[in-house]
Design a protein around this ligand. Structure first.
Ligand code: HEM
Length: 412
């Protein structure tokens, strides 16, 4: 059989297929699908409007409902009719049923409530979430997300980034005033650094994937197009769902690891009143962690951390025994949205100070060591306690064994 006859055959098959498909399409177009009214109302309508069934085996033929008994609404009780009554005067007019559905009424469902608590409910009842009108819950959630969380949350993040950029532009990196001594103090043990970086890396993964999921359609979709954006958000959603529980565990470890040095002390008040000397250039004495770091610890790591993780675990459906209804997910989503934006705003400041904002800070958390000069200038009370022998300069077994960093490159 040569190539042309094969093509001729394919062509005839395609034509044949098109004819069959066309015919099927026209048949289905002629038989209108009956409105998927929940069993009970349809039965009622069917019982109430015998003459309608006469107009076709499949229910009312497509017609303008108001051309059927157009004066039906002159009946003073018209607006209060239930679906059965309406079916009697205007067969096929299921407006009363949809009005009930729209108001959040529960219909009948054979699914067990334990497995599908909302099975009979198509549209949630009216609620008023903070910032929304009194409307159906789905719409109320949409209003809070689209009118508040996205525009104001997005603006807040942009303002924080701009403020950090302006601060860096104005002040630059906080450099050491004195020369380094070469003598090293172990500021973070290997365990503390491992806990911190596991937490930091999962946080950054969550922040990037979360920002793309929430704001990506404004600044990525227009550039890459919907297909690629779809794949990107699908991939990042999965990254988010897996990094979440890991962040939760590492957050708990970070909290208990750094707890003992974050208890408030009286010197913190002086630090806060002077803004840590950030603007005067005159640094204020502090213990191992200054009051600014302690605020980030209690408000950020604990306060916002707990809210972000708890709402995230609800959204991941990882809290056993919780009934995950749409309302639960809507509330968890709104709380998660607000708390994560506040946490990102706060940790942007932390990340700035922990990278380009202060000389030697990043290497402290990367290598574990700081020079004595760094300790004296930035955490003078901590440095004094070390010099007084109240706190060991080397804490981890490795550091004690080497009497400091294994090599002198720690001061990079
Ligand atoms: C890329 C992201 C991050 C970077 C670059 C970073 C950097 C740093 C640096 C350099 C330090 C040492 C500061 C000092 O010596 O006093 C530090 C301390 C700390 N970081 Fe981060 N960090 C990041 C993310 C996070 C996240 C997401 C959390 C928690 C949710 C966190 C919690 C802490 C805590 C608890 C400390 C100890 C200071 C304290 O307890 O107050 N960090 N970080």
């Amino acid at each position: 059989m040569n190539r042309f006859s094969v093509l001729k055959q394919i062509k005839s098959h395609v034509v044949m297929g098109a004819v069959i498909f066309g015919a099927a399409l026209s048949v289905s177009a002629q038989t209108p699908a009956s409105p998927a009214a929940p069993a009970k109302p349809a039965a009622e309508a069917k019982a109430a409007a015998p003459e309608a069934s006469k107009t076709g085996a499949m229910g009312v033929q497509s017609a303008n409902i108001f051309s059927i008994a157009p004066d039906a609404n002159t009946d003073p009780k018209y607006a209060d009719q239930n679906n059965g009554e309406r079916g009697k005067v205007q067969p096929g007019n299921n407006a009363p049923m949809w009005r009930q559905v729209g108001a959040g009424a529960n219909g009948y469902s054979s699914l067990p409530a334990s497995e599908a608590p909302e099975a009979g409910n198509l549209i949630q009842p009216f609620v008023q979430y903070p910032g929304s009108k009194l409307t159906t819950a789905g719409e109320a959630w949409r209003q809070v997300r689209n009118n508040w969380i996205i525009p104001y949350g997005g603006s807040l993040l942009l303002i924080v980034i701009l403020a950090i950029a302006l601060f860096y532009y104005g002040k630059g990196t906080m450099k050491l005033h004195g020369a380094e001594t070469g003598r090293k103090i172990e500021r973070f043990t290997p365990l503390e650094r491992a806990a911190h970086w596991t937490n930091a890396i999962t946080f950054v993964l969550l922040a990037i994937s979360g920002v793309v999921i929430a704001f990506g359609k404004y600044f990525i979709l227009p550039i890459v197009g919907s297909a690629l954006f779809g794949w990107l958000t699908y991939f990042l959603k999965n990254v988010h769902n897996f990094a979440g529980p890991l962040f939760a565990v590492s957050l708990i470890i970070v909290f208990f690891t750094f707890l003992k040095d974050n208890w408030p002390s009286k010197e913190d008040i002086t630090w806060l009143l002077k803004g840590g000397g950030m603007f005067s250039g005159q640094e204020v004495a502090s213990h191992r962690f200054n009051a600014g770091e302690k605020v980030v610890f209690w408000l950020g790591v604990l306060g916002l951390g707990v809210i972000v993780v708890a709402s995230g675990l609800v959204l991941d459906k990882l809290i056993p025994g919780l009934i995950y209804e749409r309302g639960t997910m809507q509330i968890a989503n709104m709380i998660h949205g607000v708390a994560t934006i506040l946490m990102m705003g706060m940790f942007l400041g932390h990340i700035y100070m922990g990278t380009i904002g202060m000389q030697g800070a990043y290497s402290a958390m990367r290598t574990g060591y700081v020079d004595e000069t760094w300790a004296k200038e930035h955490h003078e009370l901590w440095y004094n306690d070390i010099k007084a022998g109240k706190i060991p300069a080397q804490r981890s077994p490795e550091a004690v064994a080497h009497g400091g960093p294994a090599s002198t490159s720690a001061s990079a």
